[in-house]
Design a protein around this ligand. Structure first.
Ligand SMILES: [Zn+2]
Length: 202
């Protein structure tokens, strides 16, 4: 069983590499799939003596992996720069699933899950524009609401605002322990000079 799987994985890798090879010969050119198909079928036959049965599927798979850009129906383009960045920055479906699983399929901030009707997103903890890469350690599960907040306020700003709100609530409730906890955290923001533009009062 494992031999068969191994063989078919190897076969599809060889096939995908041949498709890649074609697109790499014509970087930044918009290419019709039918033009690729004839070439890859003949090269695959030449190299392996076998028939390449579904090259269209291989092209779609390279598109899903972020190697190709889809320009129109049946038209794809390989832009080296785009493919490079895409590989490093964007989570693959497998990575997303791993992050969701690790976080127990719940928003790491509010704990909402699909059973509460929340739509879950996998977010970059360190944002892409700050050089954050797509690896499991840099991923976190957020509900739509917190994903929206995060995108607009950035991670530390969101955190600071949430602790300010919690602190205000603790003051109202006269909850001494919780107040002290919040003060200590908010003090840390000041000590490290982070998000000074968001003000709070003791
Ligand atoms: Zn949430």
């Amino acid at each position: 069983m494992s031999d068969i799987n191994h063989e078919s994985t190897e076969k599809s890798t060889v096939q995908l590499n041949i498709i890649r090879e074609y697109f790499e010969m014509y970087p930044n050119v918009e290419i019709q799939t039918k033009d690729v198909v004839d070439w890859v079928i003949s090269i695959y036959l030449e190299r392996t003596g076998k028939i390449f049965r579904d090259p269209d599927r291989g092209i779609r798979s390279l598109y899903q992996k972020g190697f190709l850009q889809k320009i129109a129906k049946g038209v794809y383009k390989y832009a080296p720069e785009y493919a490079q960045n895409k590989r490093q920055e964007d989570f693959t479906t497998a990575q997303k699933n791993e992050v969701l699983k690790r976080d127990g399929y719940k928003c790491v901030i509010c704990g909402a899950g699909r059973e509460n009707g929340a739509e879950l997103h996998v977010d970059h903890i360190k944002p892409k524009d700050m050089g954050g890469l797509a690896n499991i350690e840099n991923g976190q599960t957020l509900c739509s609401q917190h994903n929206f907040l995060k995108k607009n306020l950035k991670q530390t700003e969101t955190g600071k605002k949430m602790f300010i709100r919690l602190y205000e609530l603790a003051k109202k409730e006269k909850n001494q322990d919780l107040q002290e906890f919040c003060i200590e955290i908010l003090q840390t923001f000041e000590d490290f000079n982070v998000n000074g533009h968001i003000e709070w009062e003791k």
